[in-house]
Design a protein around this ligand. Structure first.
Ligand code: GTP
Ligand code: MG
Length: 192
């Protein structure tokens, strides 16, 4: 159970992450995929993390401390149209740096929009993360967001399309922050 959640700090570099031995979970995904909404859903708080109408809002690493023991890290989104190509490359470098410098990083939640993804950027990030995570013993978990937006008649097709692009044994959660679907399962992942 999540008893306590607080915003700790916004930082521009992973080098500023508090070195206090607490574990981290990193949330990654395209701009607008629903990372900040997911943090609010997990912590059961309406506006702990800033949710935006304008994509590309989160430009810093935002740290949230859960139960005084785990950091949830909200990262900037990639693939935002106006900054796309360079951002994806810089983004991957930033994430690789982060991963290599923080043994406290235990899991990465890679968010993809159930209705849109996986995009070309999503797959580029996924493929890169698969390698780094395997080398360093970090668990890579795919979280599909905004399930509520998909028409029931489209679900079978969507799921097939998504799974075809991921490894057959990939751990996947289907979620909706809006409808609080799949959120308890994610909370278990956070606390475990
Ligand atoms: N229908 C629906 N909309 C959602 C859901 N989750 C997020 N949204 C909407 O999607 C938009 C983007 O959500 P954010 O949580 O700000 O996305 P983000 O990934 O943090 O975006 P950046 O900070 O720009 O990278 C907002 O308008 C949310 O209300 C969901 O489960 N269902
Ligand atoms: Mg955000």
């Amino acid at each position: 159970m999540i008893k306590q959640a607080e915003f700790v700090t916004s930082i521009v570099s992973h080098k500023n992450i508090p070195n206090d031995g607490r574990s981290h979970i990193l949330l990654l995904g395209r701009s607008n995929v629903g990372k900040s909404s997911m943090i609010n859903a997990i912590t059961n708080r309406k506006s702990l993390a800033r949710v935006s109408q304008t994509p590309g809002k989160t430009i810093t690493l935002n740290l949230y401390l859960i139960n005084q023991s785990i950091y949830l890290v909200d990262a900037p989104g990639y693939g935002y149209a106006k900054r796309s190509k360079v951002l994806t490359k810089d983004f991957l470098k930033m994430i690789r740096d982060y991963i290599e410098h923080h043994q406290e990083l235990k899991k990465i939640f890679l968010l993809m929009d159930y209705n849109v993804g996986p995009t070309v950027d999503d797959i580029a990030v996924y493929d890169e993360l698969l390698i780094v995570c395997q080398q360093l013993g970090i668990e890579l978990i795919v979280v599909l967001t905004k399930y509520d937006k998909c028409k029931p008649s489209m679900r079978y097709k969507r799921e097939k399309e998504i799974k075809e692009k991921l490894l057959p044994n990939q751990k996947i959660y289907i979620t909706s922050s809006e409808k609080k679907l799949g959120i308890n399962e994610l909370i278990k992942e956070v606390l475990e």
